[in-house]
Write a protein that binds this ligand. Structure first.
Ligand code: PRT
Ligand code: ZN
Length: 226
């Protein structure tokens, strides 16, 4: 019936670097989720919440299109999708409810170890492989550098050795992957963490109440982890 309030839908990464921490956060906040459930939608047993488990790349769009009410995603993926949608004249509205304490990484330019590098001007006329063409494009524009961007969804770190690119722009956490591929990190262009986002036009009072109940719990869990 139309009067029945909808369950709050939260999108999280199904499997990957953010899924364990996202799930742990929900559990710490008191959400009872069936962990063995391999389905797309997991119903929270003790609250009017459904958890949608999807590819991380789909999360910004699901929230921006209002298909999901909340989502946990890396700022790198969120910002890339926002920039893309601005260019496409699509909706890109959302609210960041909380910057979380996991999923930390940086988006960096890396070049072959033996290469001399004296700043972004060295990239002029070069080819750079990345999974984040919009974030890289914005950076290059800010630096006044003209370079060719090659978009790869995976295996970015092998592009220079494969002769596909002169440099790469990829996520780094320990630096081990760059090292193993004979590359060195030369410029950090974006620092990212996981964030909890909410869709812009959320007005259902029951759903808002639920979010108001969850937020102090999230803050409490994060303080306890400090
Ligand atoms: O299947 P799905 O599309 O959902 O997952 P995915 O493979 O696209 O993403 P996933 O799980 O790899 O990463 C999800 C999010 O975790 C990213 O969008 C970032 O916000 C965050 N994150 C944090 C990272 C890293 N750290 C990270 N190190 N994402 C990727 N990496 C990769 C990086 O691309 C490189 O290949 O790890 C390698 C570098 O790590 P180091 O430690 O060797 O420097
Ligand atoms: Zn992904």
């Amino acid at each position: 019936p139309a009067t029945e309030s909808k369950r709050l839908r939260i999108a999280m990464q199904k499997s990957g670097r953010l899924s364990v921490d996202s799930q742990a956060l929900f559990t710490s906040c008191g959400l009872k989720i069936n962990l063995r459930e391999q389905r797309l939608i997991a119903h929270v047993e003790n609250m009017d919440i459904d958890i949608l488990r999807v590819r991380d790349d789909d999360i910004p769009g699901l929230v921006m299109d209002g298909v999901c009410d909340l989502g946990i995603v890396g700022e790198n993926v969120l910002e890339e999708e926002s920039l893309q949608r601005q260019l496409d004249n699509d909706s890109f509205d959302y609210t960041v409810l909380k910057r979380l304490d996991f999923g930390g990484c940086r988006l960096s330019i890396a070049v072959p170890q033996e290469e001399a590098y004296q700043g972004p001007a060295a990239l002029e006329g070069k080819t750079i492989a990345t999974t984040y063409p919009r974030l890289l494009g914005r950076y290059l524009k800010q630096q006044g550098v003209n370079a060719r961007i090659v978009t790869l969804k995976g295996s970015v770190e092998v592009a220079p050795r494969a002769g596909l690119a002169d440099a790469i722009c990829d996520l780094v956490s320990t630096g081990a992957t760059l090292e193993a591929n004979g590359l060195k990190e030369v410029d950090v262009i974006y620092r990212s963490k996981a964030v909890l986002i909410q869709r812009k036009d959320l007005t259902d009072s029951k759903q808002l109440k639920l979010i108001n109940k969850l937020m102090p719990r999230i803050n409490g869990v994060m303080q306890a982890n400090e």
